[in-house]
Design a protein around this ligand. Sequence first.
Ligand code: ATP
Ligand code: MG
Length: 407
Amino acid sequence: MQIFKVGGAVRDRLLGKPVTDIDWVVVGATAEEMLAKGYRPVGADFPVFLHPKSGEEYALARTERKSGRGYGGFTFHASPEVTLEEDLIRRDLTINAMAEDDQQNLTDPYQGQRDLEARILRHVSPAFAEDPLRVLRVARFAARYAGLGFTVAPETLELMRQLSESGELEALTAERSWKEISRALMEDQPQVFIQVLRDCGALKVLMPEVDALFGVPQPEAHHPEIDTGLHTLSVLEQSALHKQPLAVRWACLLHDLGKGLTPEEQWPRHIAHEHTGLKLIKAVNERFKAPKDCQELALLVGKYHTHSHRALELKASTLLELLQSFDVYRRPQRFEEFIAACEMDARGRKGLEQRSYPQADYLRGAAKAAREVAVQPLLEKGFKGPELGEALKRERLKALKAYKENA
Ligand code: ATP
Ligand code: MG
């Protein structure tokens, strides 16, 4: 049997990027031989094995054929006769379809190295269209390598467009989609992921609520970029520049969905978009089964981001309601993430990227003031149950009034 390094490990070594996980392909072997050598099978009838020591993935060379809708509709054929070239042709992009042996001899039948040098993301063969997940993968790689100057080949974008129009994207499971979306959001330029999805018509299918923001104007005084879609891309860009965690990036993407529902005659104003947007945020959250922390933060940011922007003008009682809604007493970290998302929203505007956001420290100070109200003296006064809760709120309100006066 012969063993080759494939996929990302080869690509990233040639790009001079750090290689994190290595995928291997094994040519000329049977499953029985792999088991005899101590490799562990990953699934009952899938020809992929884990190395007994390193745990890295070793896949038997295989060919694939589409036999129905979605990913379940795939049949594969693994046997010792399948060649390296046959295995490589089933891969998504030419830059992902190179292999190398232990002497670093490159096997590159589909000109991956040429495309790597030309900074082009190009599909390997028309079979690309057999798995709709590749639309998301290409957009994710575009987000990752945009900084190096990579773009999607026009003919690949065209295939992605056909796939998006064909209805195949709807066959993707929430789990597979979320895995790509969440990884893409954590890349250096997540806004490129959304942009590429939009360019090929996939955004309209996957997240019509986000797609609808493009072409919707906002008041120029607050939003020099005017377009709500462009604003959303900028907010996402800021979230990556500031190394925000996934939940913050997800909330950034969804914070303004309500603006897509504003009747045209009200443009460029968006009265109560924080509220109208909530059901859309909920729908997107659920469509992709986003993790609970992402779902929660997106809803809270959607509902309260304008509160944050107006923090310094809020009455003490409104401030208190905000802090109570966030349960800042037990969930301080979530409130920090809320503030971070709101700051990204404020900076994700044309020409305002460097502005300061005094609201952040002001809100932190308010949370601290409310948190410092001690329970013990109230217990000593005999308050308990719901009365204790009310007394605590009164004390916190007092503390916030004092905070406002001294701020
Ligand atoms: P990463 O750095 O994100 O791990 P990668 O290229 O290694 O990038 P993997 O998901 O680890 O991506 O997959 C390894 C290889 O398997 C890819 O490089 C590609 O050749 C192939 N591959 C993975 N998923 C698909 C797919 N859905 N369609 C076609 N080829 C795929
Ligand atoms: Mg990999």
